[in-house]
Design a protein around this ligand. Structure first.
Ligand code: BGC
Length: 737
């Protein structure tokens, strides 16, 4: 598990380097820097981040400073061997600095360049939450492979992705960067991402190292408020939150980033239970752990460390290998080794891990970005990469509701409204590495490219007033109104939690005004989280969830609206009916009083019992019928078969989902858990038997002592097209002891 696959010679080379390195040089390897801002603004990058964090400067001011300021690339520190890693997207500069590291520093150890390549590099793909709705590991892998190819051309060796946080609370802004709420689907996703970024051999020039982040339970921050505290039983951690990490370590992920939050009172940055007992010893992870930005320093704010020196000591003791931006190790570790406050073994362990990753990435053999590839992706978008993005975008769209309005006829006269419909930047979503708004096809452009007759007027922005007159006039001559509504990029992602997840601003009024014209209305949603759409569901006849789909946003939307692509996406996160239902997720533990009409059950007085759209949900232009569920016990597996029939009038793809309920357990078990899924494409009238296989060893769970238990008893197998509407069959199971 988690093997670095180094040869004997490579391991030996690492030991030789370690034996020759001074303490200063070892500490240098554990230090990650970004270029500092200088000139006119004489503060370090770290301070600047603090200033924006504590509100002394606005985001806009920050952006301006960043774009105009001169940068200090810390050449002298690199030359002195005091830097192991750099955050950079600048291939020429990367090579200049690398030359200093390799040729002028005493040990000649190459730098490793990291960057947030979250959903594409130049070719921006759908945000992770969207892409996961494809339920398609080939899609996950293909987009990561393209991102790796493009990022590596700029000398990037390492991406801070995939984010594998389980996200059950739609208020949390970073749910957009996640694969949603389910540990099984999340594991399929995290494995595929690691394969896509790292390939079979991460030393290949077009591959980069992956980071599993954030370790761990960051998605469970209290009340969905970013950076908040997390308290949770270990059994929940191991069953509900760790599976995607474990799976991706098995797949060979080379690095892990610790989360900002505390887990049960100890910040993940200094949490030796998590970093040592679970990750390194438990999972056999051989790569290195990096802190999140500034997180070692923030241990002082957490009140777990007295000062930066104390934080440095605690982080090294816990197994934190690399310091991102806190300047803690750089300022204190040498002295702490001298004072014997930190052991040389702890230092050597961290450096050995960092050098192992550099070695496995081939940086000692080819430290430089290739001149001939440096500008390869800087001009026009690469058409093959764009095609991969379009495929992912179409598969990410989820049809939430359709009262016989969609697909639209090509001849239909469309009144297109909503400022998002003609907004390139907001197709990108949160985080875009080298992505540009100018690359994006908007919904307006996509419809026009598809040959539609479109009359466009914004009528209402995400946060601006409704222009009722404009709406009446653009709709006057139309057969149908397509309203593009949702959130801006900045409303999801880091530090972007919302306490109210209904449509922001006056957009509901826009929909109401559109409906008041008496014309059919389609709402095309662009957002970075599940929204509370109860009103929209009750009033608007068609709802299409398109998220933020990246460069091909408008083409994908047009393909779905006109039925050139039959929507196949399935939700990877529950849509609550209202914000007050958050956190809402399908696989919650059983209670003594399951929600029902009766008052004294687990429910709210003023909310529906059910969420609006359950996990796994998504409509198609055709209809699938499930029949004839069979559960066959075999030696080590259960073979579950079901007949799926296309009862509609067009070809469609369905995702057949298998859920399991462990009826009685020694700890309270979830009401239902996803265990497998299969895709099937059926022509009208066609019927096919779909087989899902469940290994008996995967029917267990972790208890609070981190022991994996397989307990005999009754299990219910559920199969269906979403987590709510399923056929079911119960079986008693006795596991081989
Ligand atoms: C985020 C990480 C990211 C890091 C580096 C932090 O603020 O939490 O996800 O990788 O910055 O940019």
């Amino acid at each position: 598990m988690g093997r670095m696959n180094l040869t004997k010679e490579q391991k030996q080379k690492i030991e030789e380097l370690l034996a020759q390195m001074t303490v200063e040089e070892k500490v240098g390897q554990m230090n990650q820097l970004s270029p500092s801002i200088v000139g006119g603004f004489d503060v370090s990058m770290e301070e600047l981040i603090e200033m924006v964090t504590d509100g002394r400067i606005t985001n806009e001011e920050f952006g301006k400073i960043m774009s105009q300021a001169e940068r200090d690339f810390h050449e002298d520190e690199v030359r002195a061997g005091k830097v192991g890693s750099f955050l950079l997207n600048n291939p020429k500069k990367a090579n200049e600095l690398q030359r200093i590291a390799v040729e002028e520093s005493r040990m000649g150890i190459p730098l490793i360049y990291g960057l947030d390549v979250i959903h594409g590099f130049r070719t921006t793909f759908p945000i992770p939450l969207a892409e996961t709705c494809s339920w398609n590991p080939q899609v996950f892998e293909a987009s990561a492979a393209v991102a790796a190819r493009e990022a590596s051309s700029h000398g990037v060796h390492w991406t801070f992705a995939p984010m594998v946080d389980i996200a059950r609370d739609a208020r949390w802004g970073r749910i957009s960067e996640s694969a949603g709420e389910d540990p099984y689907l999340g594991s399929v996703y995290s494995r595929a991402k690691v394969r896509g970024y790292q390939g079979k051999n991460p030393a290949d020039r077009e591959r980069i190292a992956a980071t599993l982040k954030h370790f761990v339970a960051y998605g469970a921050v209290e009340a969905g408020q970013d950076y908040n505290t997390v308290s949770m039983a270990r059994s929940m951690l191991h069953n509900g939150y760790l599976p995607p990490v474990k799976a991706a370590v098995e797949e060979g992920a080379m690095t892990v980033m610790a989360a900002f939050n505390d887990y049960n009172g100890v910040p993940c940055t200094v949490n030796s239970y998590l970093l040592r007992s679970v990750l390194k010893e438990g999972y056999g992870f051989e790569g290195f752990v990096v802190s999140d930005a500034n997180a070692i320093r923030e241990c002082v704010n957490h009140g777990i460390a007295e000062d930066l020196a104390d934080a440095s000591r605690k982080a090294t003791a816990a197994g934190m290998d690399m310091d991102m931006g806190s300047n803690a190790y750089n300022s204190h570790l040498v002295q702490q080794i001298e004072n014997k406050e930190v052991s040389m073994e702890a230092l050597d362990e961290a450096v050995r891990r960092i050098l192992s990753v550099k070695m496995a990435l081939g940086l000692f053999d080819h430290p430089y970005a290739e001149e001939e590839r440096m500008e390869l992706y800087d001009g026009e978008l690469n058409p093959e990469h764009r095609a991969v993005a379009l495929d992912a975008a179409k598969r990410s769209i989820v049809l939430l509701k359709n009262d016989n309005i969609l697909p639209l006829k090509k001849e239909a006269k469309i009144a297109l409204v909503g400022a998002l419909a003609d907004d390139r930047d907001n197709c990108l979503g949160a985080w875009f590495a080298d992505g540009r708004g100018s690359d994006c096809i908007t919904v307006k452009a996509g419809l026009e490219r598809a040959g539609a007759q479109v009359a466009y007027a914004p009528c209402c922005g995400v946060e601006s007033e409704l222009q009722a007159e404009e709406l009446r006039s653009v709709a006057a001559d139309a057969d149908v109104i397509v309203a593009v509504v949702g959130e801006t990029n900045a409303m999801s992602g880091e530090a972007s939690s919302r306490a109210d997840i209904t449509l922001p601003g006056h957009q509901q009024e826009l929909l109401a005004a559109a409906l008041a014209t008496g014309k059919p209305v389609v709402a095309v949603l662009m957002n970075g989280r599940p929204l509370a759409l109860q009103w929209e569901h009750e009033h608007v006849p068609a709802l299409v969830e398109t998220w933020q789909l990246g460069v091909t946003h408008g083409d994908a939307v047009a393909a779905v609206l006109f039925g050139d692509y039959n929507p196949s996406g399935k939700l990877c996160a529950t849509f609550p009916a209202m914000t007050g239902q958050c956190p809402r997720y399908y696989n919650h533990p059983n209670t003594g009083r399951p929600a029902s009409k009766s008052k004294f059950t687990s429910r709210y007085l003023d909310a529906p019992l059910e969420p609006l759209y359950p996990f796994g949900y998504g409509l198609s232009y055709t209809e699938f019928v499930y029949e004839n569920l069979k559960v066959e016990e075999q030696a080590d597996t259960f073979r579950v078969t079901v007949q799926v029939r296309n009862a509609g009038s067009c070809t469609g793809e369905e995702t057949v989902q298998l859920y399991l309920r462990d009826v009685v357990g020694s700890i309270v078990r979830p009401v239902k858990e996803l265990k497998a899924f299969e895709k099937v494409t059926l022509k009208p009238g066609e019927s096919r038997e779909v087989t899902l296989t469940l290994a008996k060893k995967d029917m267990g769970f972790y208890n609070d002592e981190m022991e994996y238990c397989l307990e005999d008893g009754a299990f219910i197998f559920y199969v269906g097209g979403n987590s709510r509407d399923c056929l079911k069959e119960e079986r008693r199971v006795a596991f081989e002891k």
